[in-house]
Write a protein that binds this ligand. Sequence first.
Ligand code: HDD
Length: 699
Amino acid sequence: MDEHDKDKSLEPFREDSEGRKLTTNQGVRIKENHHSLKAGPRGPTLMEDFIFREKMTHFDHERIPERVVHARGSGAHGYFQVYESMAEYTRARFLQDPSVKTPVFVRFSTVVGSRGSADTVRDVRGFATKFFTEEGNYDLVGNNIPIFFIQDAIKFPDLVHAIKPEPHHEIPQASAAHDTFWDFASLLPEITHMLMWVLSDRALPRSYRMMEGFGVNTFRFVNAQGKSRFVKFHWKPLLGVHSLVWDEVQKLAGKDPDYNRRDLWEAIEMGDFPEYELGVQMLEEDEEFRFDFDILDATKIWPEEDVPVKIIGKMVLNRNPDNFFAETEQVAFHPGHVVPGIDFSNDPLLQGRLFSYLDTQLIRIGPNFAELPINRPVAPVHNNQRDGHMRQTINKGRTSYEPNSLRGGYPQQSSEAEGGYESYAEKIDARKVRARSESFDDHFSQATLFWNSQSEAEKKHLVSACHFELGKVEDMEVRKRIVALFNQVDGDFARKVAAGIGVEPPSESGGTGVTKSSPAISMENTVKNTVKSRRVAILASDGYDHGQLTAMKGALKEAGAHVKIVSQFLGPIKSWDNQQVQVDKTYLTTSSIMFDAVYIPGGEPSVDALKTQGDAVHFINEAFKHCKAIAASGEAVELLAATQIRGVDLAAQDAMVLSDRGVVTTRKPGQIGELAKAFIDAVAKHRHWERDLKEQVPA
Ligand code: HDD
């Protein structure tokens, strides 16, 4: 199948109006689309105007209910390929043959905000993947955080009600920073571990292309011999896991509320295809009770150091949707969409999810949601389900029941050998109880593990996130209860939190006694050797040094970064030696928060002008405060000296290229090549948290 045919078989109803005539929904050609039918040019519109009424009525019905959670999403198409056959572990056919490319559609999302809310809020991100396999659709409906808030799905409506805007005034939008969420949290010790993750920078992803994905719940792999293993799924982004900083995300929410959506869209348009490796953690049946936590408890990770992640394949996202509504909005995921070889565990959160998703698709889209182009399997669908709202299929024949003899018994069941889905025959011998297993009782050890695993910078960010979130909580008792909860995690952590929110520090320093850490948890240990797809701003004005600018731009592009020239006005700017470059963005249409790094070339007139432009100086100060790499060459080193950059010895950077906490400079134009190398290294590190005195810089 070539690429074109593959697209067609996936979405037979993709429509392209190019070169076509405008028609009504009945196919009648329209002669006049700008004026309704009236009794005279100044008279009333006539009821008989079927063209107007059809158009307007359709418009009035354009929305379907938004998702209760994960309402704001962004989608992309791509494919998945397994590296080597997984037949030893699962009979899932799409995990057998490395030459097979399985089409996928991925939807990334925030959880709490409504459809039009900002991308860069503090929140969990959804990472849901639909694999269109030849055995039917498989949905891996995950998040960018490996655990969840609650252990049993029956609490999900309470969790969502508590975190959503408060019901009396519908405030605040897309934020947990209000009394009802923290009230609920303070009464639910099982939430503690998840709070640590959500308060960390993981909840502020730099890009959907730079975050991990996790299936969270425990599933099963079952092989052709019927042998089962417990499995957890992981997506690992090839670009590493990187985050924004709090000040930045808040500003982005105003200046570019589509920041993550735009990043994904533009990356795919530019050919920087997002790539993720699929990993699995597997446990044998007899290892079920090997750990001091329960492997069915969704508030626990399986530390990667104890249960290694086996990398089994790669997903590439290489095509943007054609139509947001038809694809990203109408796609319907369900953890219960599994294929033979993938099965469920008794994780009580997963068990509840298996009910909820199908139910929500029925109310959101209707009983025939699986027939929509984006949800339609590439595997053939035949059954006796009939009718219902918006049925797309014209089912032929007299029989819609089974068994039947009038149609030879078709459609017919399949044996396991023919690919019929066989549920894993787990033995269960139990009493019906409304209870939680005692093995789910430890709510704090892994929260301590998380705290222990964070770098100093990450710990600092976590504490200030608490100061923000709890600082917004008006009820003092709630704040006190959260400090008491955190004191069970770590005494030092609780004291630091208390100090910022007007709560007495705990009289006794608590903690769990866990001293272990898990390096895989810290973003400090992620990929930091590439600038691929990173965005670098070059600030310049008339009289800039063309040689320096083009040398740096060339080096960055060569390394895979994207460069934009930012100046006061659009149009060309002229260098001192009469060359010119086009300005891409102005200080009005962009901002340092939309870039990963900034470079200022020399050229005395340009640098003198920048010194007098508050926006240019602010651009650099803000980039410094947000710990981004900064480079300057020639006279531009003087410009840095005129900014509020603190704790970096610019005077020492006189003669040669020096990198001081991610600020890279040279006064010697001859060293631009070395400067570019040092700058690229500094950008690849993502952020320079070690920067001193950045808090003293206003932003
Ligand atoms: Fe959920 C949507 C992920 C627990 C009920 N969930 C939804 C989406 C993602 C997740 C990524 C958006 C899918 C899309 O883009 O369309 N949810 C998770 C993860 C969970 C989790 C990783 C913990 C392991 N969810 C969870 C529970 C329940 C739900 C416990 C209810 C019992 N989730 C839903 C839902 C949604 C949903 C209400 C809203 C829209 C939708 O399903 O299609 O049914």
